[in-house]
Design a protein around this ligand. Structure first.
Ligand code: PGA
Length: 248
């Protein structure tokens, strides 16, 4: 019922030449994908990515966006600037933004609201730290992150939201949440959406898993009823690995 969506998060990798090459390699490998395919690139590679994906089934996303219309925000980028390039998606609230760049639930909410108002599709990241998991507060953490991030977001806006559940301890570490654990936490997020909006609203939102997802574990994760896709970091940098996940 929910169409799966597999997105690559290139992070701070791939210059323009590498972007062109990776997308050229990827295109034939994912042409028959049954899921939505997105690559999220650094700002400086976005124009090249949009150009290289033209006429293909690959969509392009950015890795962040600011909430203001314009102004004195050195180093930031507006939604209009992304739209001007032909970007369709944007990742918001990635744990690396939260950990290293002072992103909070409140700034995530501001970014989400502006991105949606401007017509970007949002991949909203939530997920617990290792100490939070060990303290048994994963449900509280993901519920808080989800609720604050979506404050002021309407039922209709939900059509343009994908949530990525990324346990922080599983990102780039080679440790994957078990498929069952990932499924259970995603169910908690979905139930939270149902409480906030309505039963059907919660059912329609696609929720991805992210954190050391790779060809070897993609099929098992994707077989879980609550998992609607993946947000892929390391394994999205190689066309072969990423395409294997897309064609799980
Ligand atoms: P990883 O990253 O696949 O390298 O663990 C996932 C992410 O940070 O989105």
């Amino acid at each position: 019922m929910r169409k799966p969506i597999i997105a690559g998060n290139w992070k701070m990798n791939n210059n323009i030449a590498q972007t062109k090459q990776l997308i050229a390699d990827l295109k034939p490998l994912v042409a028959d994908a049954k899921c939505d395919v997105v690559v999220c690139a650094p700002y400086t590679s976005l124009a090249a990515a949009v150009e290289a994906t033209k006429g293909s089934n690959i969509k392009v996303g950015a890795e962040n966006v600011h909430w203001a219309e314009k102004g004195a925000y050195t180093g930031e980028i507006t939604a209009d600037m992304l739209l001007e390039l032909g970007v369709e998606y944007v990742i918001i609230g990635h744990s690396e933004r939260r950990q290293y760049f002072g992103e909070t639930d409140e700034t995530v909410n501001l970014r989400v609201k502006t991105a949606l108002a401007k017509g970007l599709k949002v991949i909203l990241c939530v997920g617990e730290l290792l100490n939070e998991r060990e303290a048994g507060i994963t449900p509280e953490v993901v519920r808080r992150q989800t609720k604050i991030a979506l404050t002021g977001v309407t039922h209709e806006d939900l059509d343009n939201i994908v949530i990525a559940y990324e346990p922080v301890w599983a990102i780039g570490t080679g440790k994957t949440a078990t498929a069952q654990d990932a499924n259970d936490t995603i169910k908690i997020i979905r139930d939270c959406l149902k409480e906030m909006y309505c039963e059907k609203c919660g059912e329609k939102v696609r929720i991805q898993y992210g954190g050391s997802m790779k060809p070897a574990n993609a099929a098992e994760l994707m077989a879980m009823p609550e998992i609607d896709g993946g947000l892929i970091g390391g394994a999205s940098l190689k066309a072969e690995d990423f395409s294997k996940i897309v064609n799980y």
